[in-house]
Design a protein around this ligand. Structure first.
Ligand SMILES: [Cu+2]
Length: 158
């Protein structure tokens, strides 16, 4: 139900942006890649999410380089005092999602490329990068992206 509604909303918001996307497919066919197999993980990247004393919100680190074909385990910890999320996607999709979240702030993601964590909690995303390019990580809780909560994942072609 949740997914169906989100899909509908995304379709409404996203028409012009999707036209320039490389993948027209739904779940399971994303430019950024696909859910990975735990037994194929070749690298673990630890990422913390938190607010800073000067009012920013950050991922640390916020810039990653991986190789096409690699399966990465992101171990994400919320070290802040607010809920945060880690969404991994191509930039156009992140921006679509951000717009939807600003209209419907209580909406939660239920996708394999995203995780939402309460303060003090940790979680994993195992992801296989199947395309080269520059992708984004972002927290789409309203206001957080604009407070600095985003970063880049550069996927090199081998
Ligand atoms: Cu956040």
């Amino acid at each position: 139900m949740k997914i169906a509604i989100l899909g509908l909303l995304l379709a409404t918001f996203a028409t012009p942006v999707l036209a320039s996307g490389s993948h027209a497919g739904g779940h399971g066919e994303m430019a950024v890649g696909e859910p990975g197999d735990k037994s194929k993980v070749t690298q673990t990247i630890r990422v913390s999410m938190k607010e800073t004393p000067d009012g920013k919100m950050i991922f640390t680190p916020n810039n990653f380089k991986v190789r096409k074909g690699q399966t990465i385990r992101f171990t994400i910890k919320n070290e802040g005092e607010l809920d945060h999320e880690f969404v991994l996607d191509q930039e156009a999709k992140v921006m679509e999602h951000k717009a939807v979240m600003e209209k419907f702030p209580d909406m939660e993601h239920d996708d394999p490329n995203a995780i939402r964590l309460k303060p003090g909690k940790s979680g994993d995303i195992v992801w296989k990068f199947t395309n080269d390019g520059v992708f984004k990580i972002a927290c789409l809780v309203p206001g957080h992206y604009d407070a600095g909560m985003h970063g880049d994942v550069t996927v090199a072609n081998k």
